[in-house]
Design a binder for this molecule. Structure first.
Ligand SMILES: NC(=O)c1ccc[n+]([C@@H]2O[C@H](COP(=O)([O-])OP(=O)(O)OC[C@H]3O[C@@H](n4cnc5c(N)ncnc54)[C@H](OP(=O)(O)O)[C@@H]3O)[C@@H](O)[C@H]2O)c1
Length: 294
């Protein structure tokens, strides 16, 4: 299949690579054009604009930072929706508020195309292996049309409801994860002085009732971060968690309720970001708190 990927950030680049590996002809576009090079060297085609990308492929995947990025890439000058998109399928995978996906889907449908949203759980490693968790929203027939492709990107795809439902579910599943990194930092601060070997410590936490899956999945990386080892490239950084928390809080306020824990966590991450931790991986965030003195 001719698949287009708009947005070659950490996730988009990994998804494009995965789709090439399972045999698709992939065309890519990214605002910062230099990021297409590795994929083009591996056999992808590069489009000069989102419009050109939409003209060249049957299915267009987008995974971008936030709502303003979606607005620019879809509806800006030479945007995806300026292309010949009649009958084509869009799969929008960014983490944004439901209203962003609902508004976008209306524009896509007005152009005679179909749209499924499918924000994902999992980071770069699972994206490269086709093991993301897909939270699909859309019409039953559109999700059925997208499913074969989604199943090449995801270990599990749940159709959670109409457009917007995937975004709601994605914000929901990321909340405990965002709070967890801070909770783990506070927990580590309580036991750091014991000087336990960090691999053992992470494994012990992972074996308790409060130990989330991420400690099993990324245990060695978390242990290395606690040891102060040289970190690799960030896959999900503190500033991205802040963006997600802000989006959750905005969504809750729009629905008429507060998220006290998320709001407090956001304040702590804002502070960490101001002190230079914004681009550091989530697995390093506990270290910020544990090393901080009153
Ligand atoms: N990283 C993860 O583990 C993870 C996991 C699940 C979901 N997500 C979600 O997936 C989305 C992408 O995340 P990521 O980690 O891949 O982010 P990233 O590495 O920061 O990449 C962001 C992408 O959005 C593009 N972009 C941002 N603003 C733009 C604008 N105004 N116009 C055009 N393009 C714009 C960037 O283009 P440039 O390269 O030109 O800056 C880049 O391609 C986010 O919504 C994130 O919350 C991330």
């Amino acid at each position: 299949m001719n698949v287009g990927v708009a947005g070659l950030g950490r996730m988009g680049a990994a998804i494009a690579k995965r789709l090439m590996e399972v045999g698709h002809q992939v065309t890519v576009w990214n605002r910062t054009a230099g990021k297409t090079k590795t994929l083009v060297d591996a056999g992808a085609k590069a489009a000069g604009s989102p419009e050109e990308l939409a003209n060249q492929v049957d299915v267009i995947i987008s995974i971008l930072t936030d709502a303003p990025a979606i607005e620019t890439v879809y509806s800006g000058k030479s945007g995806l929706l300026s292309g010949n998109v009649k009958g084509k399928l869009f799969i929008e995978m960014s983490t944004v508020r439901p209203e962003t996906e609902v508004a976008l889907a209306k524009k896509v449908v007005a152009k005679g195309a179909a749209m499924v949203e499918c924000p994902v759980g999992g980071t770069v490693g699972p994206a490269l292996q086709g093991k993301l968790l897909g939270l699909a929203g859309g019409e039953v027939s559109d999700v059925a049309r997208a499913r074969p492709l989604l199943e090449q990107m995801c270990r599990r795809v749940d159709h959670v409801g109409p457009i917007g439902a995937g975004a709601s579910m994605k914000l929901a599943i990321n909340l405990p994860l965002a709070v967890f990194w801070q909770a783990f930092g506070e927990a580590y601060a309580l036991c750091k002085h014991l000087g336990g070997e960090t691999g053992w410590l992470v494994e012990l936490f992972a074996d308790t009732s409060g130990g989330p899956n991420v400690l099993k999945a990324r245990g060695p990386v978390v242990a290395a971060a606690l040891r102060g080892a040289e970190p690799g490239a960030a896959t999900f950084d503190c500033d991205s968690i802040r963006k997600d928390l802000r989006t959750m809080v905005e969504e809750a306020h729009a629905r008429g309720f507060d998220l006290p824990l998320a709001e407090r966590t956001l304040a702590v991450y804002d502070e960490a970001s101001k002190k230079g931790w914004g681009k550091r991986d989530c697995t390093e965030i506990p270290v910020y708190w544990a090393d901080k003195k009153k």
